[in-house]
Design a protein around this ligand. Sequence first.
Ligand code: NAD
Length: 483
Amino acid sequence: MRISNWINGKECPPQDDCWLDKFNPHSGEILSQVADSTAEDTRRAVSVAEAAFAAWSDLTPVRRGQILMDIVAAMKGRAEELADCIAIETGKPPQDAKGEVGAAILQAEYFAGEGMRLYARSLTSGTPGKYSHTVRQPRGIAGLIVPANTPIANIAWKTFPALICGNTVVLKASEDAPRIALLFAQLAKQAGLPDGVFNVIQGLGQSAGATLVTDERVSVISFTGSTVVGRWIAEVAGRRLARVSLELGGKNPFVVCDDADIEQAVHWAALSAFSNAGQRCAAGSRIIVFKEVYEDFRDKLVAKAQNLKLGVAAGCDLGPVVSKRQQQSILAVIENSNREGGTTLCGGAAPSTAELSNGYYIQPTLVEGLNAHAELSRKEVFGPVATLHVVETLPEALALANATEYGLTAAIHTRNVDRAMWFAQRVRAGVANINLGTYGSEPHMPFGGFGASGNGTREPGVEALDVYSELKNISFLIRPNQI
Ligand code: NAD
């Protein structure tokens, strides 16, 4: 199967006719061939988005919302097909893929409704008879760049707020989850989205994605991905004063106090560290536990990790990571953790069973005994791997939680409201959860991080509208002699 770009409402093969192989993460077999787009392909998509802008931005937000609501209906009608595609491309068990489609639909529904709520402010004035109000206007062309970990959710997260604000879109799909972007584009057209308003470029970041960052016509870049690429985007797009929204990596702390409900803490720690095969920016990859309960918690978490079922069948707990490259880099970091004094309590390798050995699997892995400076304590690995750390007090737990360049999410488990709120107020993270996992955002809640986890923007929630729109202040003077 060949997966093309989507430009001006139709499939467009890459101009150079070059294709990349996309592998099935579960079996290691070739799944499809993906357009290996060049800068020229991307520029073509930008030109089409530029031409479509006037008509799309001229529609009232309410009308745009109605069209987006029709896309929501189409997503609901084809939810199973979308979930099947995600399950195969990313290696997610089916119930997780369905859950992700449900989350994307909710996201889409929320922003489609914003068409009737694209509020701004009315203001007072120091001049008699003068009145002021602000309006939201689109930025222009939005360049959206997404990773593969939750592909349809990532697409919905950016596309719907960008479109409701009146922008046209060029989406750079993930090379590891290309087909879902094409399916979404086809479905949006069938639902009534005018041609040229939403375009998809497939291919690699350097060749296809970077052009979105450098093209002067793209006035807002929203990027979800690694911190290293995010830094480059901020620098290059910043130079030409494009608006940039960065949703980057995390190394999120999960704190277990001595008064925590240990069963609940184990349940949430396992989900935070291992669900989606650990491929979450919000994964709980540093588990910080009070000394009094450390052994009890550790033994229960190790038992839980060892009982998790790997595979892509219904009911499996986690699938493979998305690519061989990612699998190999995770295994290398685990190996290095042993050289740095860590002890692998469980996992630590790819499974050897015949059924899984060709896929990009990593057994759920827990490592203890590393200090805060070890590579695995600092580096985001984006796989089912977490470190365990012992502390004696809450201030010590907080210091360790904050000992990272990232600051995306955090969780604490305690029955004590004073401890919970003290920690939540002080932890350096954009999201702080109490007695929950480190993940679990909802469409109306702002998400984003401190430090190397982003550049201070928040998506989704109404805050996403600030990313995709420009505020204009309009004032007028009432002339009393004219009444
Ligand atoms: P990545 O940065 O390698 O790639 C992400 C996307 O950017 C891909 O589509 C890729 O092709 C593209 N890209 C790569 N180089 C580019 C360049 N120079 N110019 C333009 N585009 C480029 O990240 P990944 O490994 O695919 O994804 C995992 C990362 O994403 C992790 O760091 C994870 O934490 C992060 N992430 C963050 C969030 C969040 O909301 N904060 C959510 C999900 C994932």
